[in-house]
Ligand binder design. Structure first.
Ligand code: IVH
Length: 602
């Protein structure tokens, strides 16, 4: 057996490696819960055997050591940027609460400020005379990196604070992160143009902040939320944490609408559960809540230990990651024909759900990871999105290589390699049954034509029976065709036909979105409608006209033009509108509305 010293040294080396991977390389080789478990193990060993603590032990420094990447300039944090201690369950949270009460020996009840724990990167913003002069990363807590130019690309961060009583020097701390919707959009675009695809929003945000070219960062659309104070000189702020946040908001800084004061443990536990329920609805990742003593004077009284304050704790949600084994890899054809590798897994429980399959971004992710059947992998499930494989933890010595298909698994047609061989695609369009099923699923979905009662189960059978070969065929279905679908009797069949009838009355924007033009989401559809007003005007628009619309660049403009120039697409649109009678109320006076035009200054 290893000696205690060896055990501690090995853990220190391993954890430093993981820290390096996470903070410097923006990759994670172990799930967060595994990392937390190891660091806890090291901490308790070091507590018992303090003679083996070294100055560079991962327990003694907050983040990664500063390693020069592209000559980034270092910034010294006059007020250190601390990390947070974690609790994983109610019992440990109550122990934290009790410790605070005991240590403060205060007869007055303690007020706590509860916040979301954002899963992004800690950033410090320094304002001098109300002007943003410096932005930096946390680094090791004492020395960070200067990321001012990249931070200036975040729209919600003001370069000038507004209002009164702003201290001469004020340091505001918060989290920079990428919205899930921006992350998805960025990866979809990267997939098409052959660029690197990020495995999660945190890595994407980290990658963006480390960009040496802020023009790249600006395209990545990061968000920011303030959660604390650093240095304050030449002025005063409130002694209540929540009042400081309110003051930040008055000065024009972004704060979270979910922050609440809580007075009892029950209120805090209720907040934890409420946030857990709301979590899937948020457009950003959080991994728990943060509980802080609200009174800054009491915070000062309690102070900090090496890397964490004693007045705050992160109450984490149960792990959303697990380790499991890949048993097979299949290829799924999506709406645009791109093949996505889907790993079939040994089933694992992840936050209350059994996960038995997970996707990889694209075929190149398979090559990049070098994934083989039999390997152990980290699977992450966040919100209601399809679980994803994040990384490999253990390679199987007898692992089987994945066979990349040369023909479409759904229709058998020859596949096309996308630019940079980042992915493969079936170009058979709606003739390919998999693409037709995906297109129909999107067409009838809630945000598109909202045909209630028709989902992928019915669509699959209708396509397999060849009753539906294009979008418009749905509206020609007869009762006797629908009753051939499992579990559908004549009454349900008639109901579905009635639903289809109802769906014919829609909005122009829903109709446009329903067509499933690549990269055209709800917002872009709204903008197109606001700008062009009518279908005929849109159909006649050229690339220059299209790029005038907010949110549309030349790539998307070309996609729209290509879609509209395709003979079959034009025919389907005509049948849907002229023969089937899909209709909407014309938008009066919104033709080429200025609000949806790009600003001339851009
Ligand atoms: S306060 C002195 N509040 O979590 C306390 N941190 O695990 C310093 N984080 O480095 C942090 N949401 O990057 C605080 N509402 C929140 C937070 C938060 C996310 C991050 C932050 C910190 C890390 C510690």
């Amino acid at each position: 057996m290893d000696s205690i010293k060896d055990q501690i040294t090995n853990l220190q080396i391993l954890l430093r490696y993981y820290q390096y991977q996470y903070h410097i390389m923006d990759q994670s080789e172990v799930p967060d819960f595994e990392y937390d478990k190891l660091i806890d193990e090291l901490r308790s060993l070091e507590a018992k055997y303090p003679q083996f603590i070294t100055v560079n032990s991962p327990t003694q420094c907050v983040g990664a050591p500063i390693i020069s990447l592209n000559d980034v300039k270092k910034v010294y944090h006059e007020v250190p940027m601390l990390s947070l201690d974690n609790v994983m369950d109610k019992h440990s949270y109550l122990a934290f609460h009790k410790r605070i009460e005991n240590e403060l020996q205060n007869s007055d009840p303690i007020t706590f400020c509860c916040e979301l724990k954002f899963d992004g990167l800690a950033v410090s913003l320094l304002y001098e005379q109300g002007k943003l002069v410096m932005a930096s990363t946390r680094g090791d807590g004492h020395n960070g990196e200067n990321i001012t130019n990249n931070i200036r690309t975040i729209r919600s961060i003001p370069s000038d604070l507004k209002g009164v009583n702003i201290p001469d020097r004020l340091e505001v701390r918060g989290e920079a992160f990428m919205l899930l919707s921006s992350f998805k959009k960025m990866n979809d675009e990267a997939l098409f143009s052959g660029h690197k695809v990020f495995s999660n929003p945190r890595n994407a945000a980290a990658g963006s902040l480390r960009q040496t070219d802020p023009r790249v960062t600006i395209k990545r659309q990061l968000s920011f939320i303030c959660y604390g104070l650093g240095l304050v000189e030449g002025g005063k702020v409130s002694t209540s944490h929540i009042e400081c946040l309110q003051q930040f908001q008055n000065w024009g800084l972004p704060v979270s609408e979910y922050t609440r004061l809580c007075f009892t443990t029950n209120e805090i536990l209720k907040y934890y559960h409420q946030i857990q329920v709301s979590r899937p609805l948020l457009d950003y990742e959080i991994d728990g809540i943060v509980i802080k003593i609200d009174n800054l004077l009491l915070q000062k009284q309690l102070g900090s230990i090496t890397r964490t304050p004693r007045w705050a704790v992160a109450f984490k949600f149960p792990a959303q990651e697990q380790i499991t084994i890949v048993r097979d890899i299949e290829f799924q054809v999506g709406r645009t024909g791109v093949l996505t590798p889907v790993a079939k897994l040994d089933p694992v429980h992840i936050s209350g759900v059994i996960v038995s399959s997970a996707t990889l971004h694209n075929t190149s992710a398979l090559h990049r990871l070098g994934l083989k059947i039999g390997d152990s992998v980290i699977v992450r499930r966040s919100g209601d999105v399809i679980p994803q494989i994040i990384s490999i933890t253990n390679r199987s010595s007898s692992g089987l290589s994945v066979i990349i298909p040369t023909s479409c698994p759904a229709c058998g047609s020859v596949l096309q390699y996308l630019k940079g061989k980042i992915g493969i695609r079936c170009t058979n369009g709606l003739v390919c049954s998999a693409q037709l099923k995906a297109a129909l699923k999107h067409f009838v979905s809630r945000r598109a034509l909202n045909v209630r009662g028709i989902g992928i189960r019915i669509i699959t059978q209708l396509v397999d029976k060849k009753y539906v070969t294009t979008l418009s065929d749905l509206f020609f279905l007869k009762v006797n065709q629908l009753t051939e679908i499992e579990h559908i009797g004549p009454i349900t069949a008639q109901k579905l036909i009635n639903e289809l009838e109802k769906a014919k009355k829609t909005t122009f924007s829903r109709f446009l979105y329903a067509l499933g033009i690549s990269q055209i989401g709800q917002t872009t559809s709204d903008n197109l409608v606001a700008y062009f007003g009518t279908l005929d005007t849109l159909i006649q628009a050229n690339i220059d006209d299209l790029t005038e619309v907010d949110g549309i660049g030349t790539v998307v403009a070309n996609r729209i033009r290509n879609f509209l120039d395709e003979k079959n697409n034009r025919q389907v649109i005509r049948i849907l509108v002229d023969d089937i009678g899909i209709h909407w109320t014309p938008i009066v006076g919104s033709f080429q509305k200025t609000s949806s035009r790009k600003s001339l200054l851009k």
